[in-house]
Design a protein around this ligand. Sequence first.
Ligand SMILES: [Fe+2]
Length: 182
Amino acid sequence: MEVLKPKFSLDTGKKILTGKQIQTAKKTYGEAKGFYKEIDSSLSQDTLMYEVFSYEEGDLKVSGNLFTGLTVLYPVLVKGECNMTRGHFHHNTNCAEIYGGLSGSGLLLLMDESHKTWAEEVFTGSIHYIDGRLAHRLINTGEEPLRVLCVWPTTAGHDYQRVEENPFGIRVFKSGGKVEYR
Ligand SMILES: [Fe+2]
């Protein structure tokens, strides 16, 4: 029997995905500033807000194929607002998603179709089943980078516009080390 190396793996030291086909993307404050309630002119446009390592395989338009991603969300405050991902609904609301907390601490913000907003606690070892009908966003409420592994169908699609038109009902801030929901 032939025993092969896996196509990609988790570098347990750096806590990133490694492998020949891993793609990387970065989001700077300049690109992300529209996500937050207020503009923070004390932050450089080049401040790194999050990085995503991803693995793709197969025909992405074929139902049943999966994407894998690892998001590293840095502990940056934007005028007191905790750093977060852009947040999205799936275009195909039949497509669920799994998140797994690898390190750091934060929240998985969820919103249903009636704009009810709530969160699940994200921590090392937490696993989250995200129903395909829910909007979802990661928020770093801790002092360390929040690292989350994500697996979702390639046919899910990211509907950012729907979240921009129907924003999450809660924003998360940190003041004097205390997390506040507004
Ligand atoms: Fe998603």
